[in-house]
Write a protein that binds this ligand. Sequence first.
Ligand SMILES: [Zn+2]
Length: 241
Amino acid sequence: MVGVLVSGHASMTSRAETQKPLVVILMGPPGAGKGTHAGPLSGQLGIPHISTGDLFRENIRAETPLGKQAKGFMDKGNLVPDELVLDMLFDRVARVDCKGGYILDGFPRTIPQAKALDIRLADKVQLVVLNFNLPDAAIIERVTGRIACKDCGRPFHKKFDPPKNESICDACGGKLIQRDDDKEEIIRKRLEVYRAQTEPLIHYYAQQKEVLKEIDSRKEKAQVFHDVMEALPPIHAAAVR
Ligand SMILES: [Zn+2]
């Protein structure tokens, strides 16, 4: 990936910079909107959304060499080393659909992971970290209100998108249920883990110039998406204006 050198041009550096693949890291507590915006963002930018959790499961299911290595650690009750997760990630992003960049979700989660990622990315990409902010009380209201049809999967929200009948699906008449993951005590626990483990990463990225972008998730969904696009480097944001 070599930038075109425009001799004598004042904006040479920034031109070269914007020609690098764009790597967007999605951060923020569970329920703050990462999942909502990942798909549309991928569509707008024309770059894939890579969930490292999914990638991991795919490698294990397909019994790839990396998947087998990972399973070996897990079968012994050990954590999968960060380097192995990175091997899976870089195996994935070597594919042609990631040539213009990619959106990362679920990784890095810790400072050692972020440092290891930085070493592999070096300065070959343009990195943007989007940090979705939402106060805990709002997260709990959002998450604990989620219900979905047991039969057709249609999602509802007790407060923001209520079904006509409290426990029955408008679409098919199926029963509406809450996932165990969305119960209040579970979400409180996940928030606690997030604050302890992942929040230090925000400070890590804040120290890198122009990388960290704060997104206020209290706003309306469409406004949040607009803010996300605005937070991206101009050439990428301009592509969709
Ligand atoms: Zn239904």
